[in-house]
Design a protein around this ligand. Structure first.
Ligand SMILES: [Zn+2]
Length: 90
């Protein structure tokens, strides 16, 4: 193998590694936790998730996945874009 080819290979491996790292982070952000009993899904950092029993937790990789399973978004932690901007005043 020539030195040039080795360098290229190294660059590819490095790029893959960085890519995997960023993908792992994205995965963390994209994951949702559903509640089997309420059929509502939350972001992992929602207070409701902390209270949830382990046995009731369902992990979703995306909103689409949660929707397919007939889960609804949590109003507190999921940013559901609606027209109700007026009622959001504090
Ligand atoms: Zn929530």
């Amino acid at each position: 193998m020539s030195a040039g080819a080795k360098k290229t290979l190294l660059a590819v491996v490095l790029a893959l590694f960085v890519c995997q790292l960023s993908m792992a982070n994205e995965c963390k952000d994209a994951k949702f936790i559903g509640n089997k009993t309420s059929k509502i899904y939350h972001k992992p950092d929602c207070a409701a998730v902390k209270k949830m029993k382990e046995e009731n937790k369902v992990a979703f990789a995306s909103v689409e996945e949660a929707k397919k399973a007939n889960y609804r978004p949590c109003k507190r932690c999921i940013d559901v874009k609606k027209k109700e901007d007026k009622s959001g005043k504090k």
